[in-house]
Design a protein around this ligand. Structure first.
Ligand SMILES: NC(=O)c1ccc[n+]([C@@H]2O[C@H](COP(=O)([O-])OP(=O)(O)OC[C@H]3O[C@@H](n4cnc5c(N)ncnc54)[C@H](O)[C@@H]3O)[C@@H](O)[C@H]2O)c1
Length: 430
C-alpha cells in the first residue's frame, strides 16, 4: 500500500513523444507515437469477463496503452466473455476483441490467454479470480476486490501463492492513476505537506435521487456486497490510504438507506441506469449513503462521505490533505488540476495555487499531449493497463495488490459493523 510515488515501470523511453512544439492542436508526435513497434513485442493476451461499463472502460485501456506508451509487451484483446452470446459478440465488435466466450470458466482455461480481467459485479470476483489464478493466469480485478472480507482473504492468499509461480494480481483502483493524484502522492512522499493532520474525502453522486430509479444489481447486497459504501467508499478509502501511505486504523460510521423499495428493472441493466418494469418493486438491501470518520496509523484524522443522493453532484470525488507544512486538494471533476498550499512560504504571498498537471514531468504525461491539453476519466484505465503490463514484463508485484484490496475490504466491513452499533469506534486489525 502506498509505495509508488511514480507510475510503475520504466518511463524514460516514453519521454517527450508528445511535446513537439509549434503546434497548438496537439497533433505533433503526440500520443500514438509508440504504435509502430508494438507488433514486434511479445504479446500479453487478455481475456476479459463483463462487457458493460467497466468492460468498455478497460477495453479502451487495453486498446490504447500500447499505442501511447512504449510498452515491453503488446496487449492483445484476445477474448471477451459474457453470458448472452449475441450481446457479447456485439461488444467484441464494438470494443475490438478477437473472440468471444459465454462461460468465464472456459475463458480462464484457454491456453491462449495470459491475463484475466474481471469486470463483473462483486459477487463473481472471488470465484473468477481464484479459478484464473489456479489456471496460471495473471489477474486484474475491478474494485471492490470482493463482497466480503473472507472472500478477499481467500483471494489474497491465492494471489500470494500465485506470485511464487510468477503470476501477478492487481485490483482496479483506477483513481490512483489520475496524473494529479499520482503527483499528490509523490508530493506527500517528498514531505511537501509534512506530517499529516487531516484528510477530508468525499465521493458524491446523485443517480439515485429519483425514488423510481430501478433496483439494479448495485442495490442488492447479494450481488454488490454493499451500496455507496463498497462502490464509492472503496475508492476513497483506497485513495486516503494511498495518498497518505498509511493504513486506516479504525472508524466510526453512519449508513442510511433512504429509499427502501424500488421498481425492478426491465431487461438487463446497463451501467448505472436501466429501464424499469411497471408496478413490480423489490427491496433495496444496501446502503444509499455512508458517512464515517477514521484515524490513520499516525493519528491523523479522516472524514469520509460516500453517497448516491448528493443532488447535482455527478462524480464528485474530492480529497484534501492538511499537513504541518502544507495542504493538497484534488477534485475529480477538474482532474487536470491539483491545488497546493506551501505553508512554509511567508504569509504575505502564501495561498493555494493551482498546478496544471499536464507537464511532461508529471506522472504519465510524458507520452501524452503538449502541456495544457488535458486528460480525462478514460485515461486512468490506459494508465492502469500500462502499469500492469510493465509489472508483468518486469515480474514485479503490481499495486494496488490484492492485499491492498483486502485492507480496503476490512475498512468497509468495520464501517458496516460500526454503523450497526450506533457508530461505536471500530478498530481495524491488519
Ligand atoms: N473503477 C471504477 O471506477 C469502477 C466504476 C464502475 C464500476 N466498477 C466496478 O466494476 C465492476 C463491474 O461494474 P460495471 O459498472 O461495469 O457493471 P455493469 O452492470 O455495467 O457490467 C457488468 C457486466 O458483468 C456481466 N456479468 C455479470 N455477471 C456475470 C457472470 N457471472 N459471468 C459473466 N458476465 C457477467 C454483465 O453481463 C455485464 O456485462 C464492479 O465490481 C464495480 O464495482 C468500477
Amino acid at each position: 500500500m502506498g509505495q509508488p510515488q511514480q507510475p510503475e515501470g520504466a518511463g524514460a523511453e516514453e519521454a517527450a513523444a508528445g511535446t513537439d512544439s509549434g503546434t497548438d492542436t496537439g497533433t505533433g508526435a503526440g500520443a500514438g507515437a509508440a504504435t509502430g513497434a508494438s507488433a514486434t513485442r511479445p504479446p500479453l493476451r487478455v481475456g476479459m469477463v463483463g462487457y458493460a461499463f467497466m468492460g468498455a472502460a478497460h477495453s479502451q485501456g487495453w486498446r490504447t496503452a500500447g499505442r501511447v506508451f512504449d510498452l515491453p509487451l503488446n496487449p492483445v484483446l484476445a477474448a471477451i466473455c459474457g453470458r448472452d452470446a449475441d450481446a457479447v459478440r456485439l461488444a467484441a465488435d464494438r470494443h475490438g476483441w478477437a473472440s468471444t466466450e459465454t462461460d468465464w470458466r472456459t475463458l480462464v482455461e484457454r491456453d491462449d490467454i495470459d491475463l484475466v480481467d474481471i469486470c463483473t459485479p462483486g459477487d463473481s470476483h472471488s470465484e473468477i479470480a481464484l479459478a484464473a489464478l489456479a489456471a496460471g493466469k495473471h489477474v486484474l480485478c475491478e474494485k471492490p476486490l470482493a463482497n466480503t472480507v473472507e472472500e478477499a482473504q481467500a483471494m489474497t492468499r491465492a494471489a500470494e501463492e500465485a506470485a511464487a509461480r510468477g503470476q501477478l494480481a492487481m485490483v482496479g483502483f483506477n483513481y490512483r492513476r489520475v496524473p494529479a493524484t499520482a503527483l499528490a502522492r509523490r508530493m506527500v512522499a517528498e514531505g511537501r505537506v509534512g506530517r499529516l493532520r487531516h484528510l477530508r474525502v468525499t465521493y458524491l453522486q446523485d443517480w439515485l435521487v429519483d425514488p423510481k430509479a430501478p433496483l439494479t444489481w448495485r442495490l442488492r447486497k447479494e450481488l454488490a456486497g454493499s451500496g455507496a459504501l463498497g462502490d464509492l467508499g472503496a475508492h476513497i478509502v483506497d485513495l486516503a490510504q494511498y495518498l497518505s501511505g498509511e493504513r486506516i486504523a479504525g472508524v466510526s460510521a453512519l449508513t442510511e438507506t433512504f429509499v427502501r423499495e424500488r421498481p425492478l428493472p426491465a431487461g438487463a441493466p446497463r451501467g448505472l441506469s436501466a429501464g424499469s418494469a411497471d408496478g413490480v418493486t423489490g427491496q433495496v438491501t444496501v446502503d444509499d449513503a455512508a458517512v464515517f470518520t477514521g484515524r490513520l496509523t499516525s493519528g491523523a484524522l479522516v472524514s469520509f462521505e460516500a453517497t448516491r443522493y448528493a443532488t447535482g453532484r455527478k462524480n464528485a470525488l474530492r480529497i484534501e490533505l492538511n499537513g504541518e507544512r502544507g495542504s493538497l486538494a484534488f477534485d475529480l471533476e477538474r482532474l487536470n488540476e491539483l491545488s497546493y498550499h506551501d505553508g512554509t512560504e511567508p504569509g504575505e504571498h502564501a495561498g493555494f495555487r493551482r498546478i496544471l498537471v499536464t507537464e511532461p514531468e508529471h506522472p504519465y504525461l510524458e507520452a501524452w499531449w503538449p502541456p495544457g491539453h488535458g486528460l480525462g476519466y478514460e485515461h486512468t484505465f490506459v494508465h492502469q493497463a500500462r502499469d500492469l503490463v510493465h509489472a508483468v514484463a518486469e515480474g514485479r508485484g503490481p499495486e494496488p495488490s490484492f492485499a491492498d484490496g483486502l485492507q480496503v475490504q476490512r475498512v468497509l466491513a468495520a464501517v458496516e459493523e460500526s454503523a450497526e452499533k450506533n457508530s461505536v469506534y471500530t478498530p481495524i486489525t491488519p
